[in-house]
Design a protein around this ligand. Structure first.
Ligand SMILES: Cc1cc2nc3c(=O)[nH]c(=O)nc-3n(C[C@H](O)[C@H](O)[C@H](O)COP(=O)(O)OP(=O)(O)OC[C@H]3O[C@@H](n4cnc5c(N)ncnc54)[C@H](O)[C@@H]3O)c2cc1C
Length: 435
């Protein structure tokens, strides 16, 4: 069979690409190896910069119908809940001033519900190998479905098959994965009536504890753990560990019973970051985590995946036709424009991660200092808020970094509160979005 575009993987990256490319009038076939959406904890919080695209595709509305929550703030707090750094999105320029939160299966369901008529989604189909022509250009994929092998020819193959991408390997694109020296214990607390008001990262001497509300009065809780910390713990020992971890943060003590009760459904995840050595080869483009990943707690993965799709569609829209040469020229342009943005998002996410996850004395000291000094500096606070939200992003300068670490002073910040600083930032001129 043949189609204009075959998208391999129906996660956020693949579905976003299907939306963006079908809006250009292209015939898109999405293949997904899982027969149904799996109930796992993954991306749940969309940054504001993704919302315009989700709105255009009807997905924002669908998510709201399904109960998605809008959150205004990301707050880094100390162990006693005192805000060290508050990124308040209500001052962002433009209409999108909220994070949008729902669970990953519902996000995928909403994105699938809104697909256009010229998108076909086939589940239970594994993209196994790349098909190439005599020049070596990628011209399709060989797939497996119920043990049967067949070929799908396409002008463009989109590898949206996630962090361990088989197609990336088949295209001989290298990645260097950098592991963080910790894992995340992930818990979903059932409805209780009381919910945290925002996305709060508590910085403790044993690592970060992250907490935010989910629809249905549920709460998502992530606890940072050292790689071997939970090894060999039986049920009571694990419950005791969880009790101690939450007891350390007074604001989270009320969650202890529910957290312990939800331990039997826990996920423990290794965390890493990467960026592929290249985003495209002739006939094939990597999107989403096939191309890049950051620490999950930076909450940047989904908006970046949506951004890949939007940027790819914008480049394709600029092309005159869908001839193979035109597609390949488009892929080169896409690589050239998208790569610096991905490097920026990767660096910014890594810095945010270091600020909150250091457990050694020096790392913690630097992290806290950087958070507090960012909070006290209007320009810096605005830049960091913009960078995290993806709206009006501005990479930090060397001067900004020096100031964050207290190596140069910022006289203008003296005497201002974090709130007045924030208002001062956002009264300035609007900058373009980066998603
Ligand atoms: C614990 C956790 C929490 C996170 N929280 C956030 C958050 O709050 N906000 C945020 O923005 N990001 C978050 N992220 C990151 C976010 O989940 C990812 O960036 C996003 O899911 C990437 O989407 P994707 O489509 O590239 O990959 P995936 O979601 O992994 O989708 C890839 C799809 O491809 C399919 N597939 C794989 N191989 C094949 C094949 N050979 N053939 C066919 N199909 C295949 C898979 O089954 C899967 O459905 C989090 C990640 C984790 C792990």
């Amino acid at each position: 069979m043949s189609t204009d575009v075959v998208v391999c993987g129906a996660g956020v990256g693949g579905l976003a690409t299907a939306h963006a490319l079908s809006a250009l009038g292209l015939r898109v076939l999405v293949i997904e190896k899982q027969p149904s959406v799996r109930a796992v904890a993954k991306g749940e919080v969309f940054q504001p910069s993704a919302l315009a695209a989700l709105r255009t595709w009807g997905v924002e509305q669908r998510l709201l119908e399904l109960g998605a929550l809008g959150l205004h703030r990301i707050v880094v707090r100390d162990q006693c809940s005192e805000p060290m750094l508050s990124l308040d999105y209500r001052g962002l320029p433009g209409p999108d001033q909220d994070l949008l939160a729902h669970d990953y299966p519902t996000i995928l369901t909403a994105m699938t519900d809104c697909l256009d008529f010229n998108v076909e989604l086939r589940r239970g189909v594994l993209a196994d190998e790349l098909l190439r022509d005599e020049t070596g250009r990628v011209v399709g994929v060989r797939v497996k479905e119920h043990g049967q092998v067949s070929d799908i020819h396409a002008r463009l193959v989109v590898a949206a098959d996630g962090v361990s991408s088989r197609l990336r390997r088949a295209a001989s694109i290298e990645v260097r994965r950098l592991d963080y020296p910790h894992r995340l214990l992930c818990l979903e607390l059932p409805a209780s009536g009381e919910q945290p008001p925002d996305f709060s990262a508590y910085v403790t001497d044993r690592g970060m504890r992250l907490c935010y509300p989910l629809p249905g009065d549920r709460i998502r809780l992530y606890l940072q753990v050292a790689p071997d910390e939970l090894r060999g713990l039986d049920e009571p020992a694990l419950a005791a560990w969880c009790h101690t971890a939450l007891h350390q943060v007074p604001a989270l003590r009320q969650l202890i019973d529910r957290a312990v009760a939800s331990l039997r459904h826990k996920q423990v995840l290794p965390v890493s970051r990467h960026i592929a050595s290249r985003l495209t080869v002739p006939g094939l483009v990597l999107v989403g985590e096939a191309a890049h990943s950051v620490h999950p707690m930076a909450a940047q993965g989904m908006r970046t995946s949506v951004g890949d799709a939007v940027h790819l569609a914008a480049e394709l829209a600029r092309s005159g036709d869908l001839s193979l040469t035109e597609v390949d020229d488009t892929l080169l342009r896409y690589t050239e424009r998208r790569t610096p943005e991905l490097i920026h998002i990767g660096r910014m996410s890594h810095n945010a991660t270091r600020m909150t996850t250091g457990t050694m004395w020096l790392g913690r000291w630097f992290g806290r200092r950087a958070a507090r000094r960012t909070s006290a500096n209007p320009q810096l606070l605005r830049a960091v808020t913009s960078n995290m939200s993806g709206i009006g992003a501005r990479p930090l300068t060397t001067f900004d970094r020096l100031h964050q670490f207290g190596l140069v002073p910022h006289l203008g910040a003296r005497g201002r509160t974090a709130q007045s600083n924030h208002q001062a930032h956002f009264s300035e001129q609007r900058k373009p979005n980066e998603i």
